[in-house]
Design a binder for this molecule. Structure first.
Ligand SMILES: CC(C)(COP(=O)(O)OP(=O)(O)OC[C@H]1O[C@@H](n2cnc3c(N)ncnc32)[C@H](O)[C@@H]1OP(=O)(O)O)[C@@H](O)C(=O)NCCC(=O)NCCS
Length: 220
């Protein structure tokens, strides 16, 4: 089995460790984290150090790549850019829980995480580095652009488009054929019945724009 590392050692990391262990396709050599102390242990795996170690791990320890376990969509993209610059051969694997339900005819790109109980319906595309959290469902023929995320229990109808970096918060519902712009946050438990523009926070029933946001603003 090939060896990998997981980048980011907080809550998402624990969920991703569980997925990788259950799928039994890779050996986790350790964790990479910029803030935690090397040698600390999480679920039996050591923190090896920060991302500057990655080129050496590829060359001498023969890892093939790994996965980024950072929940914030913008911060995940910044880490991805750093790793791509440091180590162009690093392979970003997907992590798909064995108890996720995936219909036929899907397109799932690199670095995607799909957690337990999530459902992805036929004809959908999940572009690179998207996260689908526990029990989120994505309807048929939908598309999530890179670094978009669905929080737990989100329900997305068919033919929905979710823009890059946008976060759909816990228990939100999006009706059919809706387009969500990029860098937008749909708040918890919102009901989205109309398209939502780029770079806004929207919530409520029905969801309305609450305020504008800037690229990279914190939302978790
Ligand atoms: C979108 C979100 C970030 C907005 O949070 P916020 O910035 O604290 O909210 P605001 O400053 O806009 O809050 C203004 C008011 O609206 C309320 N409010 C915030 N989010 C709301 C929502 N989704 N629905 C209804 N009311 C909401 C606030 O409680 C506040 O009320 P108050 O003035 O009476 O105190 C938040 O609603 C959210 O969804 N967070 C993410 C939760 C999530 O998904 N977590 C799991 C991730 S895996």
């Amino acid at each position: 089995m090939d060896s990998i590392v997981i980048i980011g050692a907080s809550g998402h990391c624990k969920v991703i460790i569980d997925i990788i262990e259950k799928r039994n396709e890779y050996i986790i050599m350790g964790l990479i984290d910029s803030y935690k102390t090397a040698g600390e242990n999480i679920m039996g795996y050591p923190i090896l150090g920060n991302e500057s170690l990655i080129p050496d791990l590829l060359n001498t320890q023969k890892i093939i790549g790994g996965i980024i376990a950072i929940g914030d969509n913008w911060v995940r993209s910044e880490m991805c850019d750093i790793i791509k610059a440091l180590a162009p051969t690093f392979k970003f694997i997907p992590a798909i829980h064995p108890n996720a339900i995936l219909y036929n005819n899907l397109h799932i790109q690199e670095g995607v995480v799909i957690m337990a109980g999530a459902i992805v319906n036929s004809g959908s595309t999940i572009e690179a580095f998207c996260f689908l959290n526990t029990k989120a469902s994505l309807g048929h023929d939908s598309i999530m652009h890179p670094y978009a995320s669905l929080a737990p229990n989100v329900t997305i109808a068919g033919q929905v488009e979710i823009g890059a970096f946008s976060a759909i918060s816990i228990s939100a519902t999006i009706s059919n054929a809706i387009k969500i712009g990029s860098h937008t946050v749909i708040g918890a438990s919102a009901l989205v019945l109309k398209d939502v523009e780029d770079l806004v926070v929207a919530y409520g029933i029905p969801a309305k724009k609450i305020r504008s946001r800037r690229i990279g603003d914190v939302y978790l």
